[in-house]
Design a protein around this ligand. Structure first.
Ligand code: ADP
Length: 192
């Protein structure tokens, strides 16, 4: 199996680049942000529970997102692999994911970390907010999400680095240029 984590701060382009990898490798895309937005849109109890947390730019509780991921892993038992997008966002989530994958006799192949300077992120997300109307894409909340990222999520990169699985990619350039940089790393995985 090819199991990838696509990693980076809010606005780094994880969703965009995931789509290219899915098209190329037929992986199942597991985005906790998309799952949580779907819960909010459906008006489920869980959706109502997380709404104010997301709008405030904070992280949803680990148990909630781990349960969402566990359910999807079970639902796609025959998948050729997964691309995890926006998850794991804490070291506790990374440990839980390792555990879930071990139970399925597989593991994370590598983490693709998109590196983008903070001011570029804010510019991109403010623009996305104007187009999409996402409740958390306004400058005040964006800054809070970046603080959350630096405090709680960056240690996840160190976690995978400790396993020799961290691949940093320059995340500034055209969508194609960045996609080509990622494709090079993935080719190396396939050759392994
Ligand atoms: P972005 O990467 O642009 O911040 P996402 O769509 O991945 O956007 O996430 C949006 C929000 O959903 C996050 O700010 C957070 O509140 C919540 N969220 C998504 N994934 C997780 C996760 N793995 N753990 C905790 N909260 C999450």
């Amino acid at each position: 199996m090819l199991n990838l984590v696509i990693f980076g701060p809010p606005g780094a382009g994880k969703g965009t680049q995931s789509q290219r990898v899915i098209d190329q490798f037929g992986l199942i895309h597991l985005s906790t942000g998309d799952m949580l937005r779907a819960e909010m849109a459906s008006g489920s109890e869980l959706g109502d529970q997380v709404k104010s947390i997301i709008a405030a730019g904070q992280l949803v509780r680990d148990e909630i997102v781990i349960a969402l991921i566990a359910k999807r892993l079970d639902a796609h038992a025959e998948a050729p692999g997964f691309i995890f997008d926006g998850f794991p966002r804490t070291v506790a989530q990374a440990e839980a994911l390792d555990h879930l994958l071990t139970e399925k006799h597989t593991s994370i192949t590598g983490m693709i970390s998109l590196v983008v300077p903070e001011e570029e992120l804010v510019t991109r997300l403010v623009k996305r907010g104007e187009e999409s109307g996402r409740s958390d894409d306004n400058e005040e909340t964006i800054r809070k999400r970046i603080v959350e990222y630096n405090e709680k999520t960056l240690p996840v990169a160190t976690y995978y680095q400790g396993q020799g699985k961290l691949y940093e990619i320059e995340g500034v350039g055209s969508i194609e240029e960045i996609g080509d940089r990622i494709a090079k790393v993935l080719k190396a995985f396939q050759a392994q």
